[in-house]
Design a protein around this ligand. Structure first.
Ligand code: PAF
Length: 280
């Protein structure tokens, strides 16, 4: 596995691969890799001849008072995992490689960036869209893979790619879960053992809400309210619990068939997100 730090060197390698007729799959990450990321790499290998993984803890997607400084950085362990998984190239840029000191251009996917997680993390999705767009321009992959766990992020990236005519296929990959149901996340490392046990209730409560919708005898608003209450009873401080249309994350109506339930809630100091998709 090649490890490359600069945009210039990366472009040389990609150019040579493309000249040889090889296709490229790209997995952008912020490191601290877990089984969910490795699943993205596995799927990437099935999707193209070459797999590029980036590790870049992107400062512009962290708000004031968020965990940018404390975000787990485990570069050596990550390199070992990617080597074992069979990635071809690890791109490890510095902040100065990615951002000009006087950067002026920011990408914002309007509306959706301000709702759900965007309402609680102002500027977060502009930071994500901007860095993903920049990484796409640097790597110029044929396909890029993202976890379905970050469902709102994935939807925003799909809209950006469509709106800006970016010629990259976006593939969403299923969430990998602990045996308890807790979705794998780099931020799970912040949880105490007790919190980790309680955190599994997030997925359970999503399942209860899904079953209530499928049973069809309660309003969607009531189901959201009950889920918020259940989260509080377990000790979460929920930010939101929303029944949405899977296609565009607009609030679902009773007529909608393909749905996603989105949730974000704090347990102690750790903010967790999860979702569940299903069809009626
Ligand atoms: O999901 C993440 O790890 C990040 O938001 C991403 C897509 C790598 C952009 O920094």
């Amino acid at each position: 596995m090649q490890i490359i730090n600069t945009v210039c060197d990366l472009r040389e390698v990609i150019k040579a691969w493309k000249a040889a007729g090889e296709t490229v799959a790209f997995v952008p990450t912020m490191g601290n890799l877990h089984a969910g990321h490795l699943q993205l790499v596995t799927r990437a290998k099935e999707s193209a001849d070459r797999v590029v993984v980036s590790i870049f803890v992107n400062p512009t997607q962290f708000g004031v008072g968020e965990d940018f400084g404390a975000y787990p950085r485990t570069e050596l362990e990550d390199q070992e995992k990617l080597l074992t998984e069979g990635a071809d190239l690890l791109f490890l840029p510095s902040v100065a490689d990615i951002y000009e000191p006087d950067v002026n251009t920011i990408i914002t996917v309007a509306d959706l960036s301000e709702s759900y997680c965007g309402a609680f993390r102002p500027g977060h999705f502009s930071g994500v869209a901007t860095v993903v767009c920049k990484l796409f321009n640097i790597v110029q992959p044929d396909v890029a893979l993202f976890g379905l766990k970050d469902f709102q992020q994935l939807t925003i990236i799909k809209i950006m790619v469509r709106d800006l005519n970016i010629p990259i296929e976006i593939i969403g990959v299923d969430t990998v879960r602990e045996p308890s149901g807790l979705a794998m996340s780099s931020r799970n490392g912040y949880l105490t053992e007790d919190e980790k046990r309680d955190a599994s209730a997030l997925y359970y409560i999503l399942g209860v809400a899904r079953d209530a919708i499928l049973a069809g005898n309660q309003s969607l608003a009531d189901i959201e309210k009950k889920a918020m209450l259940s989260l509080q009873q377990v000790g979460f401080q929920p930010d939101y619990f929303a029944v949405c249309r899977a296609s565009d994350l607009k609030k679902a109506t009773i007529e909608d068939v393909d749905l996603v339930l989105l949730v974000a809630a704090k347990l102690g100091k750790t903010r967790l997100i999860d979702n569940i998709t299903f069809s009626k």
